[in-house]
Ligand binder design. Structure first.
Ligand code: C5P
Length: 227
């Protein structure tokens, strides 16, 4: 068997990470959640109050990037990972709605992207990796052997995200979640640096009506054909 690079991109809450994690577990590959990296940087900047509802200090954000170290620990057996920000486990906090509402502003900054893309390329350089995000097949690994682009209707995605947050005990309302999904779709696909677009050689998966289990089986088959 040869080891390949699997890039999974798409809009928020399309089930990317669910498929990516299962794929990594099944193949014994490393899984990298790049969204968690952008979220962790955002959390750091929110704590410094460089970014908030009414404030966005791009210069301060760029100046503080060298003070951030990120580590993603993935447990292949458990099939999930934890994001560490300067050695603090922030896995739970980076999923909060407050972070979701600021992350697309921070991820649009070129200096932020440059730093994280370099780290992602380093993490994937020995292959045997499943990476999910927005620009993996277009910017991070344009030569990935397998590229998937996941889509689903906005309502379906918002519902999934809402169920997930509720299931964790977060106090959110559906309209707020739907609005956040729409806002991020818009910001992520219209930003100047590395906007979310489907790579020409990506395979598109619309799972609006497809169950994630069926989808996983199909993806696994395609992946095995390439290995
Ligand atoms: O994947 P997730 O929804 O956790 O990503 C959070 C945000 O991080 C996205 O809305 C986007 O702004 C940013 N992101 C990005 N590039 C990636 C992964 C995530 O800009 N490769």
């Amino acid at each position: 068997d040869k080891k390949i690079t699997i890039a999974i991109d798409g809009f928020s809450s399309t089930g990317k990470s669910t498929v990516a994690k299962r794929l990594a577990k099944e193949l014994g590959y490393v899984y990298v959640d790049t969204g968690a990296m952008y979220r962790a940087v955002t959390l750091y900047m929110m704590r410094k109050v460089f970014v908030s509802e009414g404030n966005f200090d791009k210069e301060a954000i760029v100046r503080h990037l060298p003070f951030i170290s990120l580590r993603f620990e993935f447990d292949e057996d458990l099939g999930y990972g934890h994001m560490f920000l300067n050695d603090e486990n922030v896995e739970k906090e980076i999923r909060y709605m407050e972070v979701s509402q600021q992350v697309s502003k921070v991820s649009a900054i070129s200096e932020v992207r440059k730093m994280l893309v370099e780290q992602q390329q380093e993490m994937g350089k020995s292959k045997g990796v499943v990476m999910d995000g927005r620009d993996i097949g277009t910017v991070v690994f344009p030569d990935a052997e397998l590229k998937l682009f996941m889509t689903a209707s906005t309502e379906k995605r918002a519902q999934r995200r809402y169920d997930e947050l509720k299931g964790r005990g977060d106090d959110v309302n559906f309209d707020e979640v739907l609005q956040n999904v729409k806002d991020r779709d818009y910001m992520d696909s219209t930003r100047e640096d590395s906007p979310l677009i489907m790579a020409e050689d990506a395979i598109e998966f619309d799972n609006s009506s497809m169950g994630l289990d069926d989808q996983f089986e199909e993806v696994l088959k395609i992946a095995r054909d390439k290995i």
